[in-house]
Design a protein around this ligand. Structure first.
Ligand SMILES: [Zn+2]
Length: 439
């Protein structure tokens, strides 16, 4: 074969990419994910991908193996495979998803549901997260099928349904794993293409949503000595709980290595109470919040500790700080004791720390440095669903993306064509490097 693989595969065909992206963004209204009102119909996106790729399928005499894998009607996934010559050599691009978060056109400066182009900006819901990547990887697989280089590694792209709602199982990547359809991807690096800013994202946060309910007794606020004020109880208890949390889950030394901006945190974000007059002490209130954990702490350990703190405070409630001379949490003559209850949202997510000594990481860094000019891996305490499960299943998961973090899940979402062009070159560089490594 003449020329290097890199030269053969070339650069992104911008016109073709924008034309495909325009079709995909045209479907974004119908792939908004917010059930029960908005259930995405990912097959509307799959149809466009098949239009682009089916002419190169095995059935049509081409090299691509296409598997439209559906577990729920109208909500398919698409696995696209370009076969290599050496069994067991594989690399995959997974995680580019065909659903989007909702968009309210009233809040946007342009129509979220149709692609608009302004200079280098490609604008619309899903351009960054994640239809831009869906179009980009489709262009990559099409290019492989057109050029037909002889590769040792099999290259696989997996476009998934239902990424934006990880509480519903059995639709997207979890179902593909359960069905065994991704098994062979364990033999090589798996690049999860759904982040932003062109640099490897090597760590993500875990999340626990919690509710702390404090109960007292509804009473006239002119007679505060005769009741337990649940607002005071909740505030003091939360302060104590936070102090203990930060003592038990302090900054972890690995956070510096991974470049996390913050250590693990536990804080309130919402407060509710049943209502009533300003001259009434309410019977109860609830403070809600979250814990954001770096991947070096386990959410199960954290919830156990939080429960223990609450038990401890309940058992020693008269020792908790009060607020002024008549504030108290036990009123003997009324046979009343303030109580705390903590509960957790079922949808807990563990964090992810990508392996920093795997082949996948090494190759992603080298390819990024080559194309972008530098490599600066980063971590976020936001959470990416699903990839921890893949890691636990034995996949070498690395994550990257070529949209813009600042527009992720935001209004006026856009991405930049030159960034996507760099993304394409990074994919090509990854493939070339893994081919060399396969010798
Ligand atoms: Zn995404």
């Amino acid at each position: 074969m003449g020329g290097s693989l890199k030269e053969e595969l070339g650069v992104l065909d911008g016109d073709s990419f924008v034309a495909l992206l325009s079709k995909l963004i045209g479907e974004s209204r119908y792939v908004q994910n917010n059930p029960p009102e908005l259930v995405p119909q990912e097959d509307r996106v799959v149809r466009h991908l098949l239009d682009a790729l089916a002419p190169y399928s095995k059935e049509q005499g081409g090299p691509l193996l296409l598997n439209h894998a559906s577990f729920v009607e109208g909500r398919g996934n698409l696995i696209v495979e370009y076969p290599g010559t050496v069994p067991g050599k594989v690399l995959s691009f997974v995680g580019s998803h065909m659903d989007v978060v909702t968009a309210n056109p009233d809040d946007w400066d342009f129509d979220p549901f149709s692609l608009s182009v302004e200079g280098d900006k490609l604008r619309g819901r899903g351009t960054t997260d994640c239809l831009g990547h869906v179009a980009l990887l489709t262009e990559l697989m099409k290019r492989l099928a057109q050029v037909k280089p002889e590769l040792k590694c099999t290259v696989v792209a997996v476009f998934i349904a239902n990424e934006e709602n990880s509480s519903i199982l059995g639709v997207g990547v979890d179902a593909l794993v359960t069905a065994g359809l991704l098994n062979k991807l364990k033999d090589g690096p798996l690049f999860w293409i759904d982040t932003a800013d062109k640099q490897p994202c090597i760590g993500t946060g875990g999340m626990i949503a919690w509710k702390l309910r404090a109960t007292g007794k509804l009473f006239h606020s002119g007679l505060p000595h005769k009741t337990v004020n649940p607002l005071e109880l909740a505030m003091e208890a939360l302060k104590e709980i936070q102090l203990r949390f930060y003592r038990d889950f302090p900054p972890h030394p690995m956070e510096k290595v991974y470049g996390f901006a913050t250590p693990s945190t536990m804080k309130p974000t919402q407060w509710t109470y049943p209502g009533g007059g300003v001259n009434q002490i309410p019977a109860e209130c609830t403070i809600s919040g979250d814990c954001r954990l770096t991947p070096f702490y386990n959410p199960i350990d954290v919830t156990k500790k939080l429960e223990k703190y609450v038990d401890d405070i309940n058992n020693n409630i008269e020792k908790l700080d009060t607020r002024g001379p008549v504030s108290k949490y036990v009123v003997l003559e009324e046979n009343l004791t303030g109580r705390l209850h903590i509960t957790f949202d079922e949808d807990m997510k563990p964090g992810v720390a990508c392996s920093l000594d795997s082949l996948g990481y090494h190759v992603l860094c080298k390819a990024t440095e080559e194309v972008v000019g530098y490599v600066k891996p980063y971590s976020i305490t936001g959470s990416l669903p699903l990839i921890r499960e893949l890691q636990d299943e034995g996949f070498d998961v690395q994550t990257a993306g070529y949209g813009l973090m600042s527009t992720y899940h935001a209004k006026n979402e856009y991405c930049l064509l030159p960034d996507m062009e760099q993304g394409f070159r990074i994919f090509v560089s990854i493939i070339s490097r893994l081919e060399e490594a396969a010798n």
